[in-house]
Design a protein around this ligand. Structure first.
Ligand code: HAM
Length: 414
């Protein structure tokens, strides 16, 4: 059998792992600043956790879940998203006593989608949730947090925030009815996929990328006309706050999100630079979800972003490595090298040697690794009891005694 990885999965290394670590660090820093507590949940859960909350007719549930029967006849599913497992964890670990609960998590998700650029079957998400408050300021806080994180990682010009309100339960029932009526008059022109959704899930047609569907959706009924007074106020309060915070946004009446648990505020960050997988972050309110999962009747809101999609948009700057490279020119000097190794370890200086007694190869490796220093051990150094240290950025070269190396490397004035 030919050795290969599973379709839709990818190994993360080199530049990409640097970007992943950078993103994770920025996320954790921002989470700490705002006192969000980290939760890691298992990558598989009982299948029942997902089907109803995500929507039995949603694409994720119908086509994309990795589910299997365990040996004891229990059905398990690799988590396709983080919100439901996080809520499950908050309920089963009794974390809902002190509300609001602010939590975040980073980790792999699994969806059996058709793989393409920016779309994988195993991908990584950043996820933030606030459980237990209906206040519009929680919506503002989470959008502003996503804005801060993305602005630290990406040029502003590459991303655009879209917002919409789906209103409450009554809004959605009335709106769905009116959409079904509208789309029924276009049955012959809509894509086959959308025709199937007219009765069961007409909201999803608004999300379609098919050109004919998009054109028909342009003149479809707009949800804003169906919002209750309360939902309208929530949405207006949110927009006013975003303006005060100078967070740019675009109202997008066709933004409906792909999972069924949303109500009121929904939002997405999109980019023109990502091809057809143009959404890098998405979220919204889910005021009925916690109860559906067996918890108390409390509201919630959150968002998730795909790390792979953020990484695709990031401009990569190769970092200057702080690792000192070593060049030993001959096997005769291995004992002398060991004195250096002991010193560097004691002073916690990170170092690298390729075990090749070859000056040229050691320099090449140091340059590829963007090292700033190389220490050379050759005949002169051994006989004179010193080490030659070359700054690879400036070209400056110094002959130093062992005990001078630490100060030299840490002399910031140079
Ligand atoms: P979602 O829109 O399904 O929302 O996914 C959020 C983000 O995950 C997407 O915007 C995208 O960047 C990334 N993503 C999704 N599928 C893939 C894939 N196949 N390959 C690569 N990246 C992908 C949720 O998952 C909700 N749980 C978000 C949320 C949190 N809502 C409330 N709280």
């Amino acid at each position: 059998m030919k050795l290969r990885s599973v379709r839709g999965t990818h190994d993360i290394f080199g530049e990409e792992i640097d970007k992943f670590n950078f993103i994770s660090n920025i996320v954790s820093k921002n989470a700490n600043l705002k006192e969000y507590k980290e939760i890691q949940t298992p990558i598989f859960e009982f299948s029942d956790l997902f089907a109803k909350p995500l929507g039995e007719l949603s694409d994720v549930v119908l086509k994309e879940m990795y589910s299997f029967e365990d040996r004891n006849n229990e059905y398990l599913t690799l988590r396709p998203e983080y919100t439901t497992p996080m809520i499950r964890a908050a309920i089963t670990n009794n974390l809902l006593n002190d509300l609001p609960l602010k939590i975040f998590g980073i980790g792999p998700m699994f969806r059996r989608e058709r793989p393409q650029k920016g779309r994988y079957r195993q991908f990584n998400q950043i996820n933030f949730e606030i459980l237990g408050t209906r206040d519009f300021l929680a919506d503002v806080e989470l959008i502003s947090l996503s804005n801060n994180i993305l602005n630290e990682l990406l040029p502003k010009s590459k991303i655009k925030l879209h917002i919409n309100s789906l209103g409450d339960k009554k809004t959605l029932i009335d709106f769905k009815k009116s959409l079904t009526k509208y789309f029924n008059t276009y049955k012959k022109k809509l894509s086959e996929e959308s025709v199937k959704k007219i009765e069961s899930n007409p909201l999803r047609i608004l999300d379609s990328k098919n050109q004919a569907d998009v054109e028909i959706s342009l003149s479809s009924p707009k949800i804003y006309e169906y919002l209750t007074d309360e939902a309208k106020k929530h949405y207006e309060d949110l927009k006013r706050s975003l303006n005060i915070l100078e967070i740019d946004f675009e109202e997008n009446a066709n933004l409906v999100r792909g999972l069924d648990y949303y109500c009121n505020t929904v939002f997405e960050y999109k980019s023109d630079n990502l091809g057809s997988q143009d959404t890098l972050l998405g979220g919204g309110r889910y005021d009925g979800l916690i109860k559906v999962l067996g918890g108390p009747d409390i509201p919630g809101i959150g968002w998730a972003a795909g790390i792979e999609r953020i990484a695709l948009l990031m401009e990569y700057e190769k970092k200057i490595s702080s690792t000192v490279h070593i060049a030993v020119t001959n096997e005769k000097f291995t004992d002398y090298f060991l004195y250096l190794q002991k010193y560097l370890s004691e002073y916690r200086i990170s170092y690298y040697w390729n075990y090749k007694y070859n000056l040229k190869k050691s320099f090449t490796k140091a340059n590829i690794s963007s090292a700033s220093y190389i220490i050379i051990i050759g005949e002169n150094e051994f006989n004179g009891d010193f080490f030659t240290i070359k700054n690879l950025m400036t070209g400056e070269q110094k002959e130093l005694k062992l005990n001078q190396i630490f100060n030299h490397l840490n002399d910031k004035s140079r």
